[in-house]
Design a protein around this ligand. Structure first.
Ligand SMILES: [Zn+2]
Length: 362
């Protein structure tokens, strides 16, 4: 913790505190000790085993330093460090005067715990902004842990915010998209709050057009074939589904990779969902629009993206891309199979068909 009460119940920042005084935790009122040294960020610590410690995340040097730097970054909003909300028993890193909360997250957090904390802030009508630390930036935590912090905004697309304590700067990873099974994104460095406001409020030109689409598509097809021949466990489910229907997964229609840039919401599940839909339609010829869209219900949770409208918009885009490709037609509330796209018998045939397919689609 960076703040504590002194014996007169005045808030004191650790960097201004004197060793000889006594200090008390603002949440549990227990005695805390001042820790300071040449190579340490001055902070207060509970006695070992204190229940209260569980309120905050482990206080690494990075977390303490980042918190202090963010305090200066948001200075214009009169931030309060570690304000304790007794009614929800939560102590966010910063509370701004516009009722926004800043959390600087360096350690991994379970999605259950994250949701609990978000629910707490919702209860007191505060919006929380999550900024991730170096372990996330350096991909020390799994990808699944990372994308639960993804948000969406019209100008930034899907984005994640980081704080780099070495540079004392905010980094924004924006326009995160899925491109042929890989994540692509852009980076932007923010020096101060004015920069941030300007960046968020202006549309950004992102050059989306990859010049090597044909080569990338070939590469993608080859890599799937490689994984299949290695018996990759992640493909077993989808391969079995194809086999049961008399197909080979490696030859799946080129239409299923189109459009090439997709929202990063479904990950590797996207191909599985599309193939399941296609096979269902082949067998039944028709299905309700509602069940078509429900197939794209998210399996991963994105607790910071509360806007269902945004996600529904992306589901509708998938539906209309299949209409454009001529695979389906919409008839009132029904989706009807129009034409089954070409499923290749071998992967060589598929590779050979790529240049023509791309030319036709562009
Ligand atoms: Zn305490």
């Amino acid at each position: 913790m960076l703040i504590a009460f002194n014996k007169n119940k005045k808030l004191v920042q650790a960097q201004d505190a004197h060793r000889k005084e006594t200090f008390f935790c603002c949440a549990c009122m227990e005695l805390v000790t001042l820790k300071a040294g040449r190579h340490k960020v001055a902070h207060f610590a509970h006695q070992k085993g204190s229940e209260c410690e569980k309120l905050g995340e482990g206080e690494t040097q990075e977390h303490l330093l980042g918190k202090q730097q963010l305090f200066h970054f948001f200075k214009i909003h009169n931030p309060r460090l570690e304000h304790y909300f007794a009614n929800i028993k939560q102590r966010p890193d910063l509370l701004l005067d516009n009722n926004q909360i800043i959390e600087f997250q360096c350690s991994p957090i379970s999605s259950r715990r994250l949701k609990e904390r978000l629910t707490g802030y919702q209860k007191i009508s505060h919006i929380s902004n999550w900024i991730l630390g170096k372990p996330y930036l350096k991909q020390k935590h799994s990808f699944k842990k990372l994308i639960q912090f993804m948000r969406y905004q019209v100008n930034l697309g899907f984005y994640i915010m980081y704080w780099d304590v070495d540079q004392s700067k905010l980094l924004i990873q924006h326009h995160i998209k899925s491109y042929l099974g890989k994540l692509i994104y852009e980076w932007h460095t923010i020096d101060n709050l004015d920069d941030l406001t300007m960046f968020i409020n202006n549309p950004i030109n992102v050059c989306n057009q990859r010049n090597h689409l044909i080569a990338d598509l070939k590469h993608h097809t080859i890599s799937i074939q490689k994984q299949l021949s290695l018996g990759s466990s992640s493909l077993i489910r989808i391969q079995n589904l194809c086999y049961q229907n008399g197909y080979n997964f490696g030859g799946y229609p080129l239409e299923l990779d189109y459009p090439y840039y997709e929202p990063p919401l479904w990950g590797h599940q996207l191909n599985y969902i599309k193939i399941k839909l296609l096979l269902y339609l082949k067998l039944n010829l028709t299905m309700s629009k509602k069940s078509f869209l429900e197939m794209f219900d998210l399996l991963t949770e994105f607790p910071l993206m509360i806007d269902v409208k945004v996600i529904n918009g992306f589901k509708m885009q998938l539906l209309s891309s299949w209409v454009k490709l001529g695979i389906i037609m919409i008839d009132g509330n029904l989706v009807k199979l129009n034409q089954m796209p070409n499923w290749f018998e071998s992967y060589d045939q598929k590779l050979a068909a790529i240049p023509n397919f791309v030319k036709k689609k562009n």
